[in-house]
Write a protein that binds this ligand. Sequence first.
Ligand code: GLP
Length: 241
Amino acid sequence: MIIHILPGAERLGALAARHIEVALLGVRRPVLGVATGSSPEPVYAALADRASAGTFRVDSLRAFALDEYVGLPDDHAERYRNVLLRAFADPLGIDDRSVHVPDGGDADPSAAAEAYERAIHLAGGIDLQLLGIGRNGHIGFNEPGSDFRSLTRVVELADSTRVANARFFADRDEVPRHSISQGLATIMRARAALLIATGAAKAEAVRAALTGPVTTDLPASVLQRHPALSVYLDGEAASAL
Ligand code: GLP
């Protein structure tokens, strides 16, 4: 594990974007695992700069999302497919068809989850998976108690996660109760992982995930076992290390 501690989100975004560019350089048809939430936003902004400068090549890039809410209307602004097109694909000039997201609108979400796991496999697996971390230590939507062997599946969101994500919705009741999330085993199969955290609210989860016991009580702690984990933190997120 390599931990980078940067003075602010902009610097963090710039260095993490360079990391991603270098990691995918020699890969012929790279597969990037992408995350939603505020943490990766500075990284996507810096990647967009590198794409327009021509250093980061996106023509053959395929992106696979970590997770998606179940049951939001197609045009809902917080549907993760829409969030990723807005924050990631459009600024980088990536075709919508190269962005793969679990189908949270499927009448059979469990079947959609299984199909998504297969799609990752058929794409050759994920070369580099970007990750944020929830305050309760979740990665993707793998809430505390998630099995380390879990694959992409339907999960119920913790109350604390629905409260944390209510800021993106008109009110708390609008936050979906379920999502389709890559499992912890799915995430651990990525050939490399890059965890991003900013802000003091993440400091305790970061400390526990990186230096505490590896336990299903704190799903992100499983990343300690990943052979190629890089962590990018700002000073506040690193303050409890
Ligand atoms: C959400 C997402 C996670 C994300 C986390 C942290 O619930 N499903 O993938 O990492 O919350 O979000 P943020 O970066 O906005 O703090």
